[in-house]
Design a protein. Sequence first.
Lengths: 499, 342
Amino acid sequence: MQHPVLIQTVALSKRYPGVTALDRVDFDLRPGEVHVLFGENGAGKSTLIGLLAGVSAPSDGEILVRGRNVRFSGVADARAVGVSAVFQEFSLVPTMTVAQNIALGDEPRRGPFLDHAAARRKAVALCADLDFTIDPDRTVATLSRAEQQMVEIAKALHGEVGILILDEPTASLTDREVDHLFAVIARMKARGVGIIHISHRMQEFARIADRVTVLRDGRKIGTVAMADTSEAELLEMMAGRAITEIYPTIARNPGPPLLRVEGLRAQGVHGVDLEIRPGEVLGVAGLVGSGKSRSFRALMGLLPTQGGRATLKGTDVTGWDTRRLMQAGVCYLPPDRKEEGLQLAFSTRDNLAQGVLGTDPGRGLLPWRRIRERCEAIADRVELPDAYRRRKVAQLSGGNQQKTLFGRGLGRDYDLYIFDEPTVGVDMGARAAIYRLIRDLAEAGKAVVVISSDLPEAMNLAHRLLVFSHGRVVAALEGDAVTESAILAHFFDPLPSTM
Amino acid sequence: MSATSPATVAPTDASPRLRALARALFVRLGVLPFFLVAALILFGLASDRFLTLDNLVNVARQSVYLVLVSMGQMVVLITGGFDLAVGATIAITSVVSALVMVSLLALMPDAVAPVIALGALAGFAAALLVGLANGVGVALFGVSPFIMTLGVSSVVAGGSLFLTGGVPVSGLPPEFANLFGFGKWFGVPVPVLVAGLAVSVVWVVMTRTRVGAHIHAVGGNLKAARLSGVDTRRTLILAYILCAGLAALTGLLLTARVESGEANLGGTIALESIAACVIAGVSLRGGIGRVETVTLGAFFIVLAQNGMNLAQIGSYLQMVLLGGLLILAVIFDQIRYRMMMG
């Protein structure tokens, strides 16, 4: 007899120093249902499944599996009671083969020795179940992202699975692969397996979801049956307000072109032309791999260029390194704040001080008192709460980290700001603050570029919008032409069309 | 690419096909085949005695010790670490086993076999403690392997010197040296047999057991291994213990060879074993390494030393060349990595 609730959490919380990632969340999963977790980046979805899958331990609250209280001290413990997860960050070892990866952690053995043949057979069978053909002896490093995703899913199905957790499994899959995955999910549902599914694609999960739980800023907003809800209701639950309200109106007052790029070439960038003007926000949209981010990285000297010209205020800046470009008045804030944006071990103030010192060659001793005062002023401007200013950046929430990164960009007076994915993993409040900063910069006559994979963001902030595809600008839209369907249509453009 | 490719080691008038072959060989096996050919040619020209069967057999016998240590070093390198304490581990094994044998022999002069067995056991125990310390430091406390094993190396080397006062421990049972130092079984030197057995065991462990698979996984991607339910801490600790065990085996064989317990055994072997591994294509990024090629890599290092001796290159200059060789191998490894990743 199946227990009526497969997995349940009671007031489950997870706190990190300075951040409550998950705040007293009650959640339950029934046999044979698909339960979707829905929410913004940073809402706590990944934290919740991390706790359920044994990746980390809760700070407070309980997890019950089939009515029994459990305490996981690792992923292996969770797997032992049938909880299996596909993580967003792949749990594949690039140097090992497909079969070795699928078996990893639960290798078939004959006596004390590994049974390689059995592992290979099992891998082939699991992939066949997903209608996915792959050589089990290929090294994972040589697979495409979509292939790795399929291997990751096959791996989660290895062993006895009672509860399957899928963290954005469809992000890099084609429609056909998504269909196969959903067919597998339907089969597992029929067998009584409970599935927790994280996804942003509402049209997609509407096909399979039974219930949806919405999280925001670490709290549970509510659980609704998919049949009784609507897209608008879910969006409103997610954002806590009508989504358009957070985008400010930005006055446009364009001047003559500040930066002109002609025929820029680099790896993944195949001849990009564009113009950036002061006093307006230029939006940049495109799929992952469209070259939208790489073009600007190449421009900033972060990727080797293979050709093209860049002119800044009449000066040829082709091939300049990042430092010289910054001195010339260009500020670039990278998409991954932890990897290349911030000094995680420094306090917020010291991170801001880096921006103030910036490229200033300096003479003699550092005027610390003046730097401190400047940092405080900047912290006020980016709305960083007082209490966080002496904390290590690593301990702050995504939103406050991103505010710090923006503050670093305000340390000097630049003419051109390039923001690459400015609001990834940022809560609603901080997002609104960041949009206000973008508005203030543009209205103060700065040139602002917003590169974003978040389509509403790119559409709502931009005065002009460039769409990238296959390493080129395939469309430049303005005014009423900026519609979701127009942009989406260009995402898959094979060749440049109207400029 | 041709300017930096080791294809330049091959004859300069190489046809494009030969160059492509060299490139493929380099990507597959790394720098070792080219170094080996270069060494054979250079030292063959420098000395008539180098390429004689006698000399090569001699090199094979001498390389036993480095092969064993390199096996252990490889295991740790595959986890993405280092073990700079292998030399000190050899020293402590030598000193402890010798001290135990000498004192036990005084108590029971007739029971030679138990004395040798207990002495060896004591040596192993000491070495395994060293491995445990390294593993615990790296796995539980998150100390970088470089600093952890460097610190442990100093502690253990100092301890060995302290135990002996820097004086070799003599008076070992002669049977010990006769069997494990100079003995032969069916015409094959015992150290060679021991090494052959150990290499086989390591090969089986690394390719045919769960522990081996987990060692590869931990080095290939620590986080992925943890998310797959691998006990990464236990795996890391085991790797350092395995490495120390192989160093202990080497320490016992060397003790038998020099017929005394010495605290200065294994002085340069940490560097040599890392060089042997890297030349044999073990990745310093972890996850990649093969027992067969590492055996050959260790053989190459001893071969080069032998060649330099025959070419009358002094030991000071040999140190310079060995360090240079290691750095060169790492540079080629970087180039190879880029070629593999495209």
